[in-house]
Design a protein around this ligand. Structure first.
Ligand SMILES: [Zn+2]
Length: 358
């Protein structure tokens, strides 16, 4: 049990292909992240264990965000956990808003304390409210579906020329995060307050710049397995082992990468055509798709990988011998060497796969 542990889960609104609100040259997803980085550093300095749902410019679904939070709650039974979803507003209003559950409770207390602190330090008037959905439950998805006390914070209206005065620089966005951390420290009973100015230590998170990222050439692992008949052998990672038993025909193939997306397909023996292509990426839910049909051996395998800077290398065994390596980027190679296997009805009995840098 984690009775004395205080956990803050920071949900950084929007990101990636979803910019959120835009106003006066400020993009919400960026302001949210900078505010979150200020909040995270200041909350950690208060002894709060912080989880941040995104720390870069990536797209995440609301379902992912809620699952992330609820998984943490399961991992830390007994801990006091607060979920704070950071946003900036647009659409013609003004000043800060905090939103809590219609069931009020601790979430309402946290929402009021955050609004108080924003009011005190930034002059942002407090507007604390709840919103009922048509089913008489909470209207907002992250409040309705998280298993802990949850608050949505709208720091300011980006399309309001007065509001943006307090959030139009990275320093101010960090500071706003510190102000929220102060309220959360009080909410958890860790501090009395931050009365002079914000006393939270100065975090030095890296500035967030809206530039396309250069390709990062991290190691990419690939996990794969095959079935004989309709039963799968264990997963294999990279070239630590091979998939298959080198004797019996492989009938199903399944693979996924540690990052990016892998696509592949197989062709049944005695047929020219391929079965439909399958695509897998590393999924939080382990729902991997398979290529092939139970009990039908395949004699050709093709794999491709979607990440620039990488290629996938793979080879198969037929008649007790490994065939040559085949390499593909994000398309299948042309010609007779564009697949692994003999393609003449000889079943494949083992497979090896590795993702390498180009
Ligand atoms: Zn938003």
């Amino acid at each position: 049990m984690y009775r004395n542990l205080k956990i803050l889960i920071i949900d950084v609104g929007h990101g990636g292909s979803d910019p959120g609100a835009v106003g006066n040259g400020i993009v919400e997803k960026v302001a949210n992240l900078n505010t979150a980085l200020g909040l995270k550093a200041a909350a950690e300095a208060l002894g709060i264990k912080v989880f941040i749902i995104r720390s870069s410019d990536v797209t995440q679904s609301l379902e992912y965000r809620v699952k992330f939070a609820n998984d943490i709650a399961r991992q830390y039974p007994g801990a006091q956990i607060l979920f704070v979803s950071l946003h900036h507003n647009a659409g013609g209003g003004d000043r800060a808003e905090t939103i809590h559950s219609i069931y009020r409770g601790e979430g309402q207390r946290a929402a009021m304390m955050i609004a108080d602190e924003l009011h005190k330090h930034l002059g942002q008037a407090k507007k604390v409210y709840e919103k009922v959905g048509s089913d008489n439950k909470d209207y907002y998805y992250v409040i309705r579906n998280t298993s802990m006390d949850a608050v949505i914070v709208e720091v300011a209206f980006l399309d309001n020329v007065n509001d943006v005065q307090i959030c139009d620089s990275i320093e101010e966005q960090h500071r706003n995060g510190q102000v929220i951390a102060c309220a959360i420290g009080k909410f958890f009973g860790l501090i009395e307050g931050c009365d002079n100015d914000v006393e939270a230590p100065k975090p030095t998170p890296p500035p967030v710049v809206e530039l396309p990222k250069p390709p990062t050439l991290e190691e990419v692992a690939v996990f794969y397995r095959v079935a004989v008949g309709r039963s799968y052998y264990d997963w294999v990672k990279d070239l630590e082992d091979y998939a298959g038993d080198k004797k019996n025909p492989c009938t199903l193939f399944m693979a996924y990468p540690s990052i990016g997306e892998l696509r592949f397909r197989v062709s049944p023996i005695n047929e020219v055509r391929y079965y439909p292509e399958v695509q897998n990426y590393k999924s939080a839910y382990n729902n991997y798709d398979e290529a092939g049909v139970p009990n039908v051996p395949f004699d050709k395998l093709q794999i491709r990988f979607n990440k620039p800077g990488y290629k996938v290398r793979y080879r198969v065994m037929c008649n007790g011998s490994w065939l040559g390596w085949v390499e593909n980027e994000n398309s299948y190679a042309e010609g007779p060497n564009g697949y692994a296997g003999l393609g003449d009805g000889t079943p494949i009995t083992a497979v090896e796969v590795k993702i390498v840098r180009k």
